[in-house]
Write a protein that binds this ligand. Structure first.
Ligand code: SAH
Ligand code: MG
Length: 794
């Protein structure tokens, strides 16, 4: 009731007392109060029933027992430490806590709201207000002012509870619950205290849900429900808001329909009227410089998120521009956007306001700086305090405001990777499964304490789901290998939150120089759905069929020079070497150095060992690191160009750019381009294979997801047709459509659609536009020449 009179009581427990005492004073016929003391009693004697029901049964046979609690001193200089409360079944537990706080008895104590989980019985106990605050003859405004000026503010306790707490406080889990007549009690360890603290940050909530405090990190991207491990972004944001006593509001909108949908609050996914309709159209529709109105929208849902204070102030508003095919994806993505921005703030709460503003723009976030700072002010005293790493180190550990993967400052120390190279590496978008352990080690390795470990930790590669250092190591590993490295200590709150035996940790950390030592073994990788699906559904696998199709075309064309745009790990170039062809010169281009390294390895061994006719005609092979949206004069005028399953890995506007660059500047005689047929996904995703990936709720949705989480788009036959036809016409090529997997004659067409472009026979000027020989942005990373072929092999 006090709340409805004055919302400020939310955060000011002293004010509640003032209100209650004033109310009690008005009922002087029934209740007795004392101006000086913190009690209220009935004037009439209690009925026997009341006495009966409240009398304690002395069922607990133990006379004396002790529990662990935590002392939270108001001085930030003093450490948060364990204290033992010696309770007895005959005494009153609040008297024991009062004594611990240096107070006379239970009547001098106030108790906070529960901390942490909703079901928690853990509360903060602290000194009741000074007597003058109870002076009901003074006006309330005066009382409010007095509350705020009362001496020693306890920032840590106030931050944890969301209530203003002054003086030292004790965090304990003890009391009478509604569930039982017996006293409930539980130890509160330093570890649980630190878990409560980090549980107030987005990244901390995620870490806790993954039980990987020193390993997991709030992912930078939400690619698919099936790949997201731990609490979902939407849940994390709701938990975060709950922790800070804020209200999240989600407003998903369909961009196709005129009508807006209703806001969803975290409590009830209930439909209420939304004030003000809004019509937005998807901007997934890409309009290229010369190409008009080609593609329809990629998705049709967008979600807006607001965070509202208890006083109904809007603290923050996020209106992402991206659209999604599913409403739930729109909600998850918008939530993640907000979380990442908030998390960057919690990682460095001293960030200047201008930088906060700049990064907010980048996240499509607007915030009220005054309300925002006021709401989260206290975290400055709590997070990353005492973490005396360099400024760089701080940034490296928490995802920086720019959410970049740069690893400034902290270097991995003594990294070693052991075990044979199995050739199976975690590619972008795949799920890696690893076992790991993290230990605290003292300089000189006198002591080693295990902090955290897991036998089976799964996470998505390249989404930032683990700390950047670990991610960079994993990317260098192959399945079966183990890696060892050490790094500087993260903020102490994380060490304590992970450590089971905090007392030992405390003595180690304060007496010695320590660092963390990681051991990790990569147990396996699960490829993106596309690869598994293509192997399970098509025989031979779809990828084989694509390569086969290209090989046949190449043979027919009698080409001597070939360039594979987006060659990846070289599957096409490799296969070409299995057949006798007229090819003499082959080249591959890709932006993935890892894939290129793989391709180089395969081609190198094949070209140097093959003695049969198929490769004897081959004169040179070369691999370039470069983006195929850029022109490089060294690859101009080749006979044939291939670009298999690449364009969908670029943004749509880049796919248009590539089309223009390849047909106007590279100008191969023949160009073969393949890309998934989106319409075929219905068939693929009706299968068990994909339903294992997702939950049942999703299966019912008519909309399909993409085949691979790295895909930026997947086109229908019509979209692909438009793209190719327009390009061909503009650059004087003819184009034919075909495909592999399924049939072109029955709905929904081929699984993989293919366009084959051919030069029209035209005048020389058009066929060979002027190109500058100086444009060589690609970097050759591997090269082979027939002269290099070992003599013995010929
Ligand atoms: N053509 C190969 C690989 C397909 S996977 C095959 O059929 O097996 C898609 C590849 O496109 C990836 O290796 C990726 O690194 C590459 N890629 C994506 N965008 C690119 C760009 N702008 N320039 C060059 N390669 C690109
Ligand atoms: Mg692909």
């Amino acid at each position: 009731m006090c709340k409805s009179i004055d919302p400020e009581v939310e955060s000011n427990p002293f004010l509640v007392i003032s209100y209650v005492m004033r109310a009690a004073a008005r009922l002087s016929g029934l209740l007795a109060t004392c101006e000086e003391e913190l009690w209220i009693t009935r004037k009439n004697p209690y009925t026997p029933e009341i006495i009966e029901s409240s009398s304690l049964e002395q069922s607990d046979s133990r006379e004396n027992f002790s529990i662990e609690a935590i002392n939270v001193p108001c001085s930030l200089e003093k450490r948060v430490e364990k204290v033992i409360l010696n309770l007895s079944s005959s005494g009153y537990f609040l008297d024991v806590i009062a004594k611990q706080l240096g107070l006379l008895n239970a009547a001098d104590i106030l108790i906070s709201r529960p901390i942490g989980k909703a079901s928690s019985e853990t509360r903060l106990y602290f000194a009741a207000p000074k007597k003058y605050l109870l002076d009901i003859s003074s006006d309330l405004l005066h009382a409010k002012g007095a509350c705020n000026s009362t001496g020693s503010f306890n920032a840590r306790a106030s931050y944890l509870s969301g209530q203003d707490i002054y003086g030292d406080a004790v965090l304990a889990s003890v009391g009478f619950t509604r569930r039982s007549k017996d006293l409930f009690y539980e130890d509160v360890s330093l570890q649980s205290y630190h878990r409560m603290v980090i549980g107030k940050t987005p990244s901390g909530i995620y870490k806790l849900s993954r039980e990987g405090i020193l390993t997991a990190e709030l992912p930078l991207a939400f690619t698919a429900k099936a790949k997201w491990k731990g609490s979902m972004p939407w849940d994390i944001l709701c938990t975060f808001c709950h922790q800070h006593r804020l209200e999240p509001m989600f407003t998903p909108r369909s961009t196709l329909e005129e009508s807006s949908e209703s806001p969803i609050s975290h409590k009830k996914l209930k439909v209420t009227d939304l004030a003000g309709k809004e019509t937005q159209y998807a901007n997934g529709c890409v309009v290229d410089a010369g190409v008009n109105e080609i593609v329809e929208s990629r998705g049709s849902f967008r979600c807006e998120v607001k965070i509202i204070s208890k006083f109904q102030d809007i603290i923050l508003e996020c209106s992402p521009k991206e659209t999604f095919k599913k409403q739930s994806d729109a909600i998850q993505n918008a939530s993640l956007k907000v979380l990442l921005w908030l998390n960057a703030y919690f990682g460095d709460p001293t960030v200047p306001l201008e930088r906060l503003n700049t990064s907010a723009d980048g996240h499509n976030i607007r915030f009220d700086s005054q309300t925002f700072i006021k709401t989260f002010m206290l975290c400055q005293h709590i997070h990353n305090v005492g973490h005396n790493e360099t400024e760089d180190g701080k940034l490296a550990y928490s995802n920086s405001l720019n959410a970049s993967f740069a690893l400034p400052g902290i270097e991995l120390r003594s990294l070693s990777i052991e075990g044979p190279d199995s050739g199976v590496f975690p590619s972008i978008g795949s799920l890696a499964c690893a076992s790991y352990s993290v230990s605290l080690v003292t300089e000189g390795k006198h002591m080693k304490e295990l902090l955290e470990s897991s036998d089976d930790f799964e996470f998505e590669i390249a989404s930032g789901a683990v700390i950047p250092h670990l991610e960079s190591v994993i990317k260098q590993m192959t399945v079966g290998q183990s890696a060892f490295f050490s790094m500087d200590l993260p903020p102490q709150e994380l060490v304590f939150a992970a450590a089971g035996n905090s007392a030992r940790m405390l003595s180690l950390l304060s007496s010695e120089t320590c660092y963390l030592e990681y051991t990790i073994t990569l147990l396996g990788v699960t490829e993106p759905l596309e690869d598994r699906m293509e192997q399970a559904f098509f025989s031979p696998p779809l990828s084989k069929q694509r390569v086969e199709y290209a090989v046949q075309s190449i043979k027919k064309s009698c080409a001597t020079t070939l360039v594979d745009f987006g060659c990846g790990s070289g599957s096409l170039l490799d296969s070409l070497l299995n057949y006798p062809t007229s090819l003499e010169k082959i080249a591959g281009v890709d932006i993935s150095q890892k894939s290129l390294a793989c391709a180089a390895k395969i081609l190198h061994s094949k070209l140097n060992s093959n003695s049969d006719a198929s490769t004897s005609a081959m004169k040179s092979a070369i691999l370039y690191d470069g983006s195929i949206t850029n022109f490089d004069s060294r690859l101009s005028g080749f006979d044939i160009g291939t670009c298999l399953e690449v364009i969908e890995h670029m943004e749509e506007d880049q796919a248009f750019e590539f089309g223009n660059v390849v047909l106007s500047l590279f100008r191969p005689r023949v160009l073969i381009v393949s890309t998934p047929n989106y319409e075929y996904n219905v068939i693929l995703q009706k299968s068990n294979l994909s339903s294992q990936e997702d939950d049942p709720e999703d299966k019912s949705q008519a909309q399909c997801k993409f085949r691979n989480h790295d895909h930026k788009f997947e086109w229908t036959r019509e979209q692909f047709n438009c793209w190719a036809t327009e390009l061909a016409a503009r650059h004087n090529y003819s184009v034919e459509f075909s495909g592999v997997g399924g049939s072109g004659d029955t709905e929904p067409g081929f699984a993989s659609q293919i366009a084959v472009f051919r030069h029209e026979l035209v005048t020389k000027e058009v066929a060979f536009p002027e190109v500058s020989g100086l444009e060589q942005p690609y970097q050759a990373i591997w090269e082979w020449n027939s002269r290099d072929r070992p003599r013995s092999a010929i």
